[in-house]
Design a protein around this ligand. Structure first.
Ligand SMILES: [Zn+2]
Length: 358
């Protein structure tokens, strides 16, 4: 009978055998600290690879909870994960896959107030986000703190990626100056093919591992554009902009990245969905929320350590995370009637602060 794979050399022998990794590369991977921001389609795929490859420390950041419509592409989750915070469900799976990896789940939203502390203590940040405003926050924080950032995005059947080495390569704002978010497709309205998610995330992992091994990544100052409908992989050369507001030496324009505590995002399962984000993560006690929810008759059900679901009334549900992030789902027949004051009232009745809401 074959001996169990206890030592790390045996466990990773098939990648140590690669000339570009070897023992030294594996040692660096094992000492590596990676932050995956956004554990949706891209982040599930990249974090499962990074954990399996034996990265030493993996920080997972996501404010969202798992919904049924995520499961076709978000490969860390299963039916029993629906309603749970994504980072908690992801961490449970990854620790089972590789207990050597220290997984650090953060069920918080990215804000201008916390983004720097999130990226500062890692060797590389891997992008798993699904919209541009938080990417600008990450890009700024990475440039400022000299942390490499592997940008990636995927929608419909196409996607792109680039690796940002602060002060050595183009940054996100050099090649994606502030586009109007409304003009960009979002996943609910246009759909996303799981294959493109897998392609982009796996290439991101290759780049992140290069950074960990202190080898030059392949996509610095280059954007790889992948279009599966034509099976095309095209590389575009990028130039640093001297007037880039994030990394330029003659920055132009305002430096602030706007922050919106109320967003309407990808409709999940056909409902209208609002995401409420306090500018600074709160530290809500789950037991208190459950007690309060019971008093209100909102039928609270705790979903893991960081999230509680409540049925506010017929057609309105709230998933509230310990960080104070709330995901409000409103049935189509109530969508037109639901107002911001209803969110305020909901939070107020639960004893959660509302002074950050407009
Ligand atoms: Zn730049």
């Amino acid at each position: 009978m074959e001996a169990p794979l206890t030592g790390w050399v045996e466990a990773y022998s098939r990648q140590i055998a690669l000339a570009e990794i070897g023992y030294e590369g594996q040692r660096r991977i094992r000492e590596g600290r990676v932050c995956v921001i956004g554990v949706g389609g891209l982040g599930c795929e990249s974090s499962i690879r990074l954990a399996a490859m034996g990265v030493g420390y993996l920080k997972l950041v996501d404010r969202d909870v798992v919904s049924r419509s995520d499961l076709h592409r978000q490969i860390l989750y299963e039916l029993s994960s629906v309603g749970k915070s994504k980072v908690e469900a992801a961490a449970e799976k990854l620790i089972k896959l590789n207990p050597d990896v220290q997984v650090d789940p953060l069920p918080v939203a990215l804000t201008p107030g916390n983004v720097e502390s999130i990226v500062k203590d890692v060797d590389v940040v891997v992008d798993g986000l699904d919209s541009l405003p938080p990417r600008y926050l990450v890009n700024r924080a990475c440039v400022k703190n000299d942390v490499p950032y592997v940008f990636g995005s995927a929608i419909e059947s196409y996607g792109n990626l680039s690796t940002i080495l602060p002060s050595k390569s183009t940054c996100l704002e050099c090649f994606y100056p502030r586009l109007e978010e409304v003009s960009l497709p979002r996943c609910a309205s246009v759909g996303v093919h799981p294959s493109i998610v897998g392609v982009i995330a796996n290439l991101q992992v290759y780049e992140a591992v290069k950074v960990l091994m202190d080898q030059p990544p392949k996509l610095t100052s280059r954007l790889l554009y992948v279009d599966l409908t034509h099976m095309s992989f095209e590389m575009v050369g990028l130039k640093r902009r001297e007037d880039c507001p994030a990394c330029g030496w003659k920055p132009a324009g305002e430096l602030e990245v706007s922050f919106n505590p109320v967003e309407e995002v990808c409709a999940r399962d056909g409902s209208r969905t609002l995401i409420i984000t306090p500018p600074k993560p709160l530290d809500l006690k789950m037991e208190e929320l459950v007690r309060q929810g019971l008093t209100l008759g909102w039928n609270p059900s705790p979903m893991g350590r960081y999230s509680v679901n409540m049925r506010i009334k017929k057609g309105v549900t709230l998933s509230l995370l310990s960080s104070g992030v709330g995901i409000v789902s409103i049935a189509p027949e109530l969508a037109g009637k639901f107002k911001l004051k209803d969110v305020k009232a909901m939070y107020g009745k639960l004893g959660v602060q509302t002074n950050f809401l407009p």
